[in-house]
Write a protein that binds this ligand. Sequence first.
Ligand SMILES: [Zn+2]
Length: 183
Amino acid sequence: MGDSYITLVPERAGIDPAEQAAMEKRMVGWMQENGWIERGKSDCVFTEGGGCRFTPSGSLHMAGGTDRGLSTYGFGVQKHDGKGVFTNLKGGLESAHCPACGKDVERYFYDMVSDWYEADGFPPVKCPLCGAASDIRNYRLDPLWGFSRIGFEFWNMGPLTPEFVEEFTAMPGEPVRVVRAHI
Ligand SMILES: [Zn+2]
């Protein structure tokens, strides 16, 4: 079985570096003060720069589970300078429905994302079937992806409880997407 992680991705696509840094500090501090992650960074995640290992009380609080003794088992913050796309990785998309015409454009979606990624700013993305341009975040994706410059990664943690996601969301004070990925 490979590793998997859940990323909580803010809904906003553009979050500048100063705000990213402040958000990272606030969220890591909050998790540490609650005793859900260790104080020091270690090699417990595949996130660049390392992360903080979950504590037993953190496992229980966030996912109602217990530490299975995995070496990769922690919290990391993924930041992007330009645009960030958080995908489900292994397995890819099942479907991508256009918010305007409702048709499945999954087979075009990787190219659409790559055009969006290369473009300046955060332009709306044209549906190849109906021509309507929509915000990339409004395409209905299964599994869900996130589009933001920052994401909070939970490595090899079982499904996060809805209560914890709600609690987490209250901290940045904005909606987050729950993106599941397997590598
Ligand atoms: Zn369409």
